[in-house]
Design a protein around this ligand. Sequence first.
Ligand code: FAD
Length: 371
Amino acid sequence: MCDVVVIGAGIIGMLTARELHTAGYSVTILEQGQAARESSWAGGGILSPIYPWRYPEPINRLAAWSQQIYPDFCEQLREQTGIDPEWIRSGFLMLDTDEMEHALDWCRERNISAVSWSDEDLHGREPELSAAFTHAVCMTDVAQIRNPRLVKALREFLTKMGVEILEHRPVQRIVIEQGQVTGVETAQGKIQTGRVVVAAGAWSGELLQRQGLGLPVKPVRGQMLLFNARPGLINHILLWEGRYLIPRVDGKVLMGSTLEEVGFSHEVTEEAAQVLRDKAVTMVPALDGVEIERHWAGLRPGSPSGVPYIGPVTDIDGLYLNTGHYRYGVVMGLASARQLRALIAGDEPILPVADYAPGSLLERVAESIPE
Ligand SMILES: Cc1cc2nc3c(=O)[nH]c(=O)nc-3n(C[C@H](O)[C@H](O)[C@H](O)COP(=O)(O)OP(=O)(O)OC[C@H]3O[C@@H](n4cnc5c(N)ncnc54)[C@H](O)[C@@H]3O)c2cc1C
């Protein structure tokens, strides 16, 4: 018997476990496969929504809260585990956007540092960028982390803290008796607990659906390419027409990504590789001929507006959600976990509760997921 069972050892489940453990709860994470090998491993690690002004405030509020904490959090992980998550303030360059004025106003209103760069500024700072680009908005303080390292460090840190992570332990069913959670069923037997947090990423909707609870969280596949480029080829995260290039410390450059509703398939396609490669070369011609070291796909936990569900489920005592982070779970995760901790422990929530409230899953009807 433990105080809380968390379903899913992605970034959201692990950050939730960290918060709850710190608040004094005994926590067990159950993971159907290997910890931290799904979306949280596969993503890009940009610590901001892309074109953030296009997103609802609840997403930007979670991101802004986490952005403040990230540097210290990464430092703590590095000190405790020896694994460096490579938090770097790369800056985020949005190339040839026709939303320049709106973007600058939006940033100014929120005290977010942003500047507009003309042709000369742009090519002075990014000499390998295609000459076709003439201007950009730079959000100078946007950082990135190397998410595979972050989740590896987090996993190690949790184990050191005393959080139990049981791998290859798929939860088949949440046991609910007379409106109260009493445990979970796994292939290896029942685990008793009075509180369950569903942090099962893209699988959350399906898991709940199996027991008649409706949650519109579905997998949205994203494919990525990794170029084996030289350090310093590009200096900022570059974004153009929805696709981005992320420079890592060792010179490797990530190109992302696709948005595909193809169920739970992790397959990669030649077509996507071609589209991503062509886009990358159009942005930075020097990438032409650079070896593509790896091509992979991850399944984002897609929710209708991209706003995650955080909090208790109405009508079922002891059932909580922290899921549906769609495209921005890495940047929203720290805040999202703190918010849920507050709701479970009865502390003051950091953000308006209603914005993320799951409501009743018995009444929910499926909604579609926009791009
Ligand atoms: C290509 C791509 C690029 C991205 N880029 C960014 C970015 O730059 N910045 C950003 O902030 N976000 C980004 N994201 C989004 C981000 O990765 C996700 O929002 C985040 O990882 C979701 O975390 P999670 O823990 O909910 O899901 P996951 O990491 O998928 O973890 C869920 C876990 O639950 C487990 N699970 C599922 N069902 C069960 C069950 N029944 N029993 C036990 N375990 C179960 C799964 O095996 C999995 O390990 C990107 C995602 C992709 C795919």
